[in-house]
Design a protein around this ligand. Structure first.
Ligand SMILES: [Zn+2]
Length: 275
């Protein structure tokens, strides 16, 4: 499942293809993904210039100069491909094409159809049901140690669960929460309310660093990725703890990485380095 760095990588990969370009047509090959497309989805986007591509948590936001905004979520398996020249025939799971006036097609393929696309406007976006409860973006100006500490104050849940709660901080999933907690030396089992002061500072920095490194890795794989098939968004990272159960801890090397299940989700950590 794509987390914030993957979505940000897709956004950056799509920027040159879409920003400042007019959409000649939008082709929908089925009535719905996870939810139905708005009736006028293709009509409201066709013939309109894309002003910019934004992102809120894991939602891509295509801001049109008309004031409309397409909200796009990649779901579990959705991916975007930038196609130029001879555009291949769509495959079975190629549900949407965004075709620009200068001959580029951005194709959305989603075998499991957990993705979604819908519309809002600049005026209504902040109150849109998908957007309004999203907490601060960990890479944005609205996120810092004080904001995180305030969100965690009084919380009796483990820090792992509190970081997955999108109201506290947005866009983090299982992978980057495990990696951020490892980086900051904080046990995933620690009560969220005890992450204050210097500990909140350390965690905030770790979250930012882990995400920025992943985005940088995505950016470098992007170059390799776009060349052969134009597909964006999925790449391999070198994780410290995620998926490394039983391997020696890269920091202390005396302990082995443990895997535990918290609220139904796997957590990977070092019980020696993380307290
Ligand atoms: Zn360790």
């Amino acid at each position: 499942m794509p987390e914030l760095p993957e979505v940000e990588t897709v956004r950056r990969g799509l920027q040159p293809a879409l920003e400042g370009q007019t959409l000649k047509s939008v082709i929908l090959r089925r009535p719905n993904l996870r939810i139905p497309f708005p009736k006028d989805f293709a009509k409201r986007l066709s013939g309109v210039k894309v002003e910019r591509l934004g992102r809120r948590a894991k939602y891509l936001l295509m801001h049109m100069i008309s004031g409309d905004i397409a909200i796009i979520h990649l779901g579990m398996s959705g991916h975007m491909t930038v196609l130029e020249g001879d555009i291949p025939e769509p495959g079975k799971h190629d549900h949407v094409d965004f075709c620009t006036a200068n001959g580029v097609t951005v194709r959305f393929c989603d075998p499991r159809r957990f993705g979604l696309m819908t519309l809002t406007t600049e005026e209504e976006m902040e109150n849109h049901k998908l957007i309004k409860n999203i907490g601060p973006d960990p890479l944005g100006n609205g996120f810092n140690a004080d904001v995180l500490a305030a969100a965690l104050e009084g919380r009796g849940s483990p820090i792992k669960a509190a970081l997955l709660d999108q109201k506290n901080v947005s866009g983090l999933g299982n992978i980057y929460v495990s990696e951020s907690l490892f980086r900051s030396g904080i046990s995933p089992k620690r009560l969220a309310k005890t992450v204050q002061g210097a500990r909140a500072e350390k965690l905030t920095r770790a979250i930012r660093d882990v995400l920025n490194e992943a985005i940088a890795a995505g950016g470098s794989s992007l170059k390799d990725h776009v060349a052969p098939d134009g597909e964006l968004g999925y790449f391999q990272h070198n994780f410290n703890v995620y998926g490394k159960e039983g391997e020696p801890c890269p920091t202390c090397s005396t302990a082995k990485i443990k895997k535990i299940v918290q609220s139904g989700r796997s957590t990977f950590y070092c019980s020696n380095c993380q307290r």
